[in-house]
Write a protein that binds this ligand. Structure first.
Ligand code: LMR
Length: 399
């Protein structure tokens, strides 16, 4: 039976990670997979994580199962982090949370929930969106369609085109939105645009499905959750998938959460029972370790402050790299305006070069990025930013 299977090409992002590891050139630059790096090119364990981990391990006296919905302390701490402690949806008892194996696990659980509630639902995703959104969501059996989002001419959001499409969607359509630090473009909705979208979602009865994978790495933890907090206080139903991979640096620990806001407490309880059933039928229960660490950090004043400082340092470093990249690109290729990189947020930007130029950057200069020219800004370092800009200028130079 297995003889019939075709061999598949590698995943566009994870395949690039393997290609970079195999490259032995000393000048190689990894702008591929979305992993935060420091100026030495390392992805260190955060100090807050290290300390919390030690406390968790010292206290742990069993490896028995935790609970069907995961660690309740983690779930509550995540609700407070994502929504803000006194958010009306929380105080009204209309939010249910399940711990998930990473943001990916959360996204899939949410998709399976939507499918259980309404099998013919269509999920509308931005053009472009994170490559893995497509298999994660469509793998549940839901249909996917696109709405316009990114404007390559300005490096920002083509908001009128986005509104124009969303205005025509049938009621009960699902719309996937990025809370902040849009992956892959770095172009975010402004607070004013979130406010403008709200009446449209209300009047057309659309279900927002908001993905937040970078809370704290854009403007700040509160600002980055603006859209979630607004939509969840004003709309009857919202689904929110959250990842702790980047802001807690817990990538391999697969730590995330799914939060579902419903109209009534009874609906919320039904949703949680469905989520627990879905999780049980796929992987039974989520892994404990990462969630135990996040719980420890968020419920301990000192650790929480330390973590907040570490997230702020990561954010500031990315913002500084954005400025430096623009400066260096201007120096070596003044013909093109790369200023948009500085106004965008989070870990990613589109460089706006062709796939042939991307391939040439990789083969001739050992600079790695995905084919759509998405760069992970955090992969740049003070010592290689000039090399990167020179390499880009070389592939852009007329022949
Ligand atoms: C990325 O976009 O590179 C990250 O979110 C890592 C991944 O799993 O794709």
């Amino acid at each position: 039976m297995l003889e019939r299977l075709d061999r598949l090409p590698p995943d566009p992002i994870l395949g690039l990670m393997a290609a970079f590891r195999a490259d032995t050139d000393p000048h190689k630059v990894d702008l591929g997979v979305g992993v935060y790096r420091d100026d030495l090119g390392d992805t260190p364990i955060l100090k807050a994580v290290r300390q919390a981990e030690q406390a968790v391990l010292a206290r742990q006296n069993t490896k028995s199962y935790v609970a069907a919905a995961g660690n309740p302390g983690f779930n509550q701490a995540m609700e407070r982090l994502v929504f803000g402690a006194d958010h009306p949806a929380l105080t009204d008892g209309r939010v249910r949370t399940i711990q998930a194996p990473g943001g990916c696990g959360a996204l899939r659980l949410g998709a399976e929930l939507i499918r259980a509630a309404s099998p013919d639902s269509v999920v509308h995703v931005s053009t472009p969106t994170w490559a893995n959104h497509i298999p994660l969501l469509s793998g549940s059996g839901l249909k996917l369609e696109r709405y316009p989002y990114f404007d390559p001419a300005t490096g920002g959001v083509n908001f009128s085109a986005m509104m124009g499409t969303l205005e025509k969607l049938p009621a009960r359509s699902v719309v996937l939105l990025h809370a902040s630090c849009h992956n892959p473009t770095g172009a975010d909705l402004s607070e004013a645009q979130w406010r403008e979208l709200l009446p449209l979602f209300k009047s057309r009865n659309l279900l927002p499905y908001i993905d937040m994978a970078y809370q704290g790495l854009g403007i700040g933890a509160v600002e980055d959750a603006f859209g979630i907090r607004l939509f969840c206080s004003e709309l009857p139903e919202v689904t929110v998938a959250v990842s702790c991979s980047k802001n807690f640096g817990l990538y391999r620990e697969r730590t995330g959460s799914l939060h579902v806001v419903t109209q009534t407490k009874a609906a919320a309880d039904a949703v949680l029972s469905q989520l627990v059933r879905i999780a049980r039928s796929i992987y039974s229960m989520p892994p404990d370790h990462g969630a135990a660490i996040v719980h420890e950090i968020l419920d301990n004043k000192g650790l929480r402050e330390l973590w907040g400082d570490e997230v702020a340092a990561m954010r500031k470093r990315i913002q500084g790299l954005r400025r430096d990249a623009v400066q260096q690109l201007k120096k070596f290729h003044p013909q093109r305006d790369f200023g948009f990189i500085e106004t965008q947020r989070g870990m990613f930007s589109y460089l706006g070069i062709t796939v042939e130029q991307v391939r040439e950057l990789q083969s001739r200069h050992h600079v790695y990025m995905t084919d759509d020219s998405r760069i992970n800004i955090a992969g740049l370092r003070r010592e290689n930013i000039e090399y990167f800009a020179q390499a880009v200028a070389k592939v852009l130079a007329p022949r």
